[in-house]
Design a protein around this ligand. Structure first.
Ligand code: PLP
Length: 425
């Protein structure tokens, strides 16, 4: 074990980690359900579904079997000029779960690329029609990933200072949280009146990395309506919210007005393999349909449409469609509600919110809320030392469980959070 950690230290650079000050990483050798195990048998409850990806539990035998079958049938094939059954079937099944206006699915391999593809499709669809519209609107406090385009459309959360000169400009509007609804509508109207807007990009209902912030579906509906009246394309970044995180298959299922593009990843394979997809409407697709080669969508990653990833996606969808799945989602939501009731009056609770299977609690620290709040590391290690993986966003702690998490496991996580409220209050 020590030897593994030394080799890790020598050769591996971990994401989102200040390697000089971070404590030693935890070596995980296996996973089962919501539990991760270290070599010495220590168990850790994965209360954040391993960066919001794992929806059915770790090493799920059904997904593993389907992945194995696909691996021994066809592991990979170039997706330009070729196709294969898992990619076709997954596209069909995902599109059936989206509103009927979505008719085409474009594969990639992570959430950032799914968003970049959506933005590129929006921009090029206007370009191909000879219309000069390139400006992008996005919410303050939004997060959409780490590639240059995804960083540009993300708000300034203090993570991308080094690249500020390379990032392109995006027009920002306030998030319609309580008290800011009219400001969001007014800011949108002012930008639409200004003209040349290509698209409006948003995390529907729940902003993730920005601090698990929920906002008004009603105002989002109005913003989409305003955009669509002005011919502006709407892009829902469902990378984190998709696959029942917000209580329904998609967060946009809570809306009356539907966007024109949807980016998805994370839960798509049940957290098993990297895969992402961007769904678009027929109208957008048609803007690329031409005898003119310049109107082609020149985008594709080496692993686009990987058959094993698609097979994992199909297996994950089978589990989503299995009896009892939707009830589990409702059950987690009900347990979150009961827990929130029990702690909401604690003096350390500055704010709390629940959206589907996600509960977030903002700790009162006397400092401003944010990613770099000093409480973050203390909370992270407190939970880990007590056998629970929670990854606070600054002073905001949240649970985003695999849906297979048992009541006993959830109760253990709640108990520790309650304890931390007193310990760190
Ligand atoms: C809403 C949202 N969009 C995009 C991304 C980027 O996804 P990935 O990390 O897979 O590139 C994330 C990641 O957390 C996200 O939460």
């Amino acid at each position: 074990l020590r030897e593994l950690l030394e080799r890790d230290k020598k050769y591996v650079w971990h994401p989102y980690t200040q390697e000089k000050t971070a404590k030693e990483v935890l070596p995980i050798v296996s996973g089962e359900g919501a539990v991760l195990r270290t070599a010495d048998g220590t168990e850790v409850i994965d209360a954040i579904a391993s960066w919001w990806t794992n929806i059915h539990g770790h090493s799920h035998p059904y997904i593993a079997q389907k992945v194995y079958e696909q691996l021994t049938t066809l592991e990979h094939v170039i997706f330009s000029g070729f196709t294969h059954p898992p990619a076709v079937e997954l596209a069909e099944r995902l599109l059936k779960k989206l509103p009927s206006k979505f008719t085409k699915l474009f594969y990639s391999d992570n959430g950032s690329t799914a968003v970049e593809i959506a933005v590129k499709m929006a921009i090029q669809s206007f370009h191909n029609k000879g219309i000069d519209r390139t400006r992008i609107i996005a919410f303050e406090n939004g997060f959409h990933g780490e590639t240059f385009g995804a960083m540009s459309v993300s708000a300034d959360l203090g993570l991308n200072n080094a690249y500020s000169k390379q990032l392109f400009d995006v027009d920002r509007i306030p998030l319609p949280i309580e008290g800011q609804e009219q400001a969001a509508l007014d800011a949108m109207q002012a930008l639409l009146d200004d003209g040349d807007i290509c698209c409006f990009l948003f995390e529907p209902l729940l902003q993730g990395a920005g601090g698990m912030v929920t906002y008004s579906a009603e105002i989002l509906d109005q913003l989409i309506e305003m955009c669509q009246k002005a011919g502006v394309l709407c892009i829902a970044d469902e990378v984190m919210t998709g696959f029942y995180r917000t209580g329904k298959m998609w967060a946009i299922d809570h809306l009356k007005n539907q966007p024109d593009l949807v980016a998805m990843s994370k839960g798509i394979t049940g957290g098993t393999l990297p895969l992402a997809a961007t769904a678009c409407t027929e109208e957008i697709y048609k803007a690329f349909w031409s005898d003119d080669k310049q109107k082609t969508f020149f985008h594709g990653h080496s692993y686009t449409g990987n058959p094993v990833g698609c097979a994992a996606g199909l297996a994950s969808l089978d589990l989503v469609e299995a009896d009892g799945f939707v009830e589990k989602i409702a059950h987690i939501n009900a347990k979150h509600q009961a827990f929130a009731e029990s702690i909401k009056d604690h003096s350390t609770v500055k704010n709390w919110r629940i959206c589907g299977t996600v509960i977030a609690i903002e700790f009162e620290t006397g400092e401003s809320t944010g990613y770099f709040n000093n409480l973050r590391d203390q909370l992270y290690y407190f939970f880990l030392e007590n056998g629970v993986l929670l990854r606070p966003l600054g002073n905001v702690i949240y649970i985003m469980p695999p849906y297979c998490m048992t009541d006993a496991q959830l109760d253990k996580v709640y108990g520790l959070i309650a304890e931390s409220l007193s310990k760190f209050g």
